[in-house]
Write a protein that binds this ligand. Structure first.
Ligand code: F6R
Length: 261
């Protein structure tokens, strides 16, 4: 795991967007794993600007989102399909047929989960997976206790997650109770993972994920097993990390990061 500490959430999101842009230019057929949530909005804003200002080309890439709520139609303003269309897809030259999210309205959700896994495989697997971290320590909706080898399936949302996302729904009582999510095992099969965490509210859980034990109680900690995982944080989210100076030294001295310093 590499940790990159940036001064603020804007610079952190910009760095993540630059990594995506770099990989997309190097491999136009990139299979990109996407996340939703507040943290990612900044990243998508930067990518939309890169499309407008620098002609960043999305026409050949394929995308797979981590998750979708059960029981929401794609055009529901709170669905993750709607989020993706609104924040990214509608503003770039992506072929909508190449954008995939689990269908939370499928009559047979287990079959939907199997089909999603099969589709990822058919596309050759995910090259670059973007991730946020929830206050419950989750990646995707892999809530505490999720098996570290889990695959795409339906998960019940924990009280912490319900509380985190309730404001978007105007209260917990209006929120779906379950979601379809890629499993931890599905996520860590991606060739590269980038986790972005910003803000003081993520500091404690981020430190557990990065410097604590690998445990299903903080599913983001499974990323410690990944051979190529980069964690990008702002100063606020880095507050509780014990090895900050070491991470800064690596970022300053590692030739791979020269382009991004
Ligand atoms: C969203 C997702 C979640 C979020 C996480 C952080 O697709 O899979 O794991 O990335 O809950 O959400 P924000 O950024 O809203 O704090």
């Amino acid at each position: 795991m590499e940790v990159i500490i940036q001064p603020n959430k804007e610079t952190a999101a910009h760095l993540v967007a630059r990594i995506v842009a770099h990989d997309l230019r190097a491999s136009p057929h990139l299979v990109l794993g996407l996340a939703t949530g507040k943290t990612m909005e900044c990243v998508y804003r930067h990518l939309v600007c890169m499309r407008a200002d620098k002609g960043l080309d999305f026409s050949l890439c394929e995308t797979f989102n981590l998750d979708e709520y059960v029981g929401l139609f794609p055009n529901d303003p709170n669905s993750y399909r709607h989020y993706m269309n609104h924040h990214l897809f509608r503003h770039v030259n992506i072929d909508m047929r190449n954008t995939h999210l689990p269908n939370g309205m499928a009559a047979d959700l287990d079959a939907e989960c199997r089909a999603y896994e099969a589709l990822i495989k058919r596309c050759g697997g995910i090259d670059l997976q973007l991730l946020g971290i929830g206050k419950a320590g989750h990646i995707g909706f892999n809530e505490p206790g999720s098996a570290l080898q889990s695959r795409t399936r339906v998960k019940a949302l924990t009280p912490t997650t319900l509380k985190q996302n309730a404001p978007m729904f105007g209260g917990e009582e209006h929120m779906p109770r379950r979601a379809v999510t890629m499993g931890v095992g599905t996520i860590i099969e991606a060739r590269r993972c980038i986790l972005l965490a910003t803000g003081r509210s993520k500091a404690e859980v981020l430190a557990q994920a990065v410097e604590g034990p690998i445990t299903s109680m903080v599913t983001a900690s499974a990323l410690q097993l990944h051979p190529r995982c980069t964690v990008v944080v702002d100063e606020e989210a880095a507050t509780m990390l014990k090895e900050k100076e070491y991470y800064r030294w690596i970022f300053e001295n590692e030739p791979e990061w020269e382009f991004y310093r």
